[in-house]
Design a protein around this ligand. Structure first.
Ligand code: G6P
Length: 369
């Protein structure tokens, strides 16, 4: 088992560190940033169906659901198609309105999550078109989808999903760009710029991973926290949810993710000098807004930890601790900003001596309802 872990203490850490390669593998043979092309056979063959979609519904569970939330923002921005994001377990048991022109994007690492499978079957019966974004080749969801795109992240052993998540984001971003380009809802300059940014993600992820040692230090410092709050806005909102989920899963510290502005409607009541508040606050169009949210937390003596872009002296001067990552387009940012949060959760779980690859009560793939 030590050999399988490639010298890492846990599969989770190995998989976090694999991300430059897994994202590269996911883009390879598909994205050509120089020519401005994205080759994805399953998308190309169904491009009419996709560009004419009246609505897209993302269906998933857990971390894959968070990828769906980020994709909602990306698809609406680039493709101008209304998107809904549904928990598979809720979708399957209610009586949702589905039209034949609807496109379902089912997102799943394992391709075997029972609730997601049944939700797909239900949507299929109503005439929707099912596009699977799946990691495990030949899995149930890959087979029952009408078309799809694999994430090619390789086997994920750690129960808490890491590399599958960033690969899902890479695939979903490529699909959105392809549809937007075909529909003409994105101009060529922006399209080429985003292809270039996507192309540079593996290199930038390598940069982010250099934070590993300093994040291990932060883990030591914050490991005894009883609760934590994770806040983000825009594309980083669901990254905050994912950061909180990772911490809960691995370290058993109660954590909540929230849209940063929404905290005023509840979670702010929890803030005191004990509470770590993790802001996902990279340079984007929401920056000024999130700076005022940080001020609101500081005014209540919360301990601010922030994921920021290199050179952001404004937040650097406000936060107790910062994790600095390379700058990129806001649409691409989640693929980078989630990584320090994966590492933070990992190291807190590891320094507490927990079995981070197999957290209590959790399963890698939930094949029962
Ligand atoms: C379980 C796993 C999570 C995963 C979720 C959805 O809860 O522990 O890591 O995100 O299932 O799984 P899927 O395979 O459908 O992405």
């Amino acid at each position: 088992a030590a050999i399988e872990k490639g010298g890492y203490d846990h599969f989770m850490l190995k998989e976090i560190f694999e991300q430059p390669d897994t994202i590269f593998d996911c883009l390879r043979g598909r994205l050509d940033a120089t020519k401005g092309t994205i080759r994805m056979a399953g998308i190309q063959q169904n491009i009419q169906q996709l560009t004419q979609a009246k609505r897209i519904i993302m269906i998933a569970c857990g971390t894959s659901w968070h990828a769906g939330l980020i994709a909602e923002y990306i698809f609406e921005e680039l493709c101008r198609i209304p998107v809904e994001v549904e928990y598979a377990s809720e979708f399957r048991y209610r009586n949702p309105v589905i039209h034949p022109g609807d496109v379902i994007i089912a997102i799943s690492q394992s391709g075997e999550t029972a609730d997601t499978i049944v939700a797909i079957e239900k949507a299929k019966e109503s005439g929707a078109f099912i596009l699977g974004v799946v990691n495990v080749v030949g899995s149930s969801i890959a087979r029952i989808s009408h078309a799809g795109a694999y994430t090619h992240a390789g086997p994920e052993i750690g129960v808490a999903s890491t590399k599958a998540f960033t690969a899902q984001l890479a695939v979903l971003t490529m699909i959105a760009l392809k549809i937007a380009h075909e529909k003409g809802t994105i101009d060529t300059t922006r399209y080429m710029q985003l292809l270039g940014e996507l192309h540079s993600v593996p290199e930038k992820v390598k940069e982010v991973l250099k934070l590993s040692e300093s994040i291990r230090g932060l883990a030591q410092k914050y490991k005894d926290a009883k609760d934590a709050l994770y806040l983000g806005r825009g594309y980083n909102f669901a990254v905050a949810l994912e950061g909180a989920l990772k911490l809960k899963e691995i370290s058993y510290i109660h954590a909540e993710g929230y849209p940063a502005a929404e905290m005023k409607h509840g979670p702010i009541a929890l803030v005191d000098e004990q509470l770590p508040v993790v802001f996902v606050a990279t340079k984007d169009s929401y920056h000024e807004k999130i700076v005022s949210n940080i001020q609101e937390i500081k005014a209540r003596k919360g301990r601010v930890i922030a994921v920021i872009s290199h050179g952001d002296s404004i937040i650097e001067n406000m936060a107790e601790d910062c994790m600095r990552i390379p700058e990129t387009d806001e649409i691409i940012a989640p693929m980078l900003s989630v990584i320090p949060l994966q590492l933070l959760a990992y190291y807190i779980g590891a320094v507490k001596g927990y079995d981070v690859d197999k957290p209590r009560n959790l399963a890698k793939s939930v094949t029962v309802e």
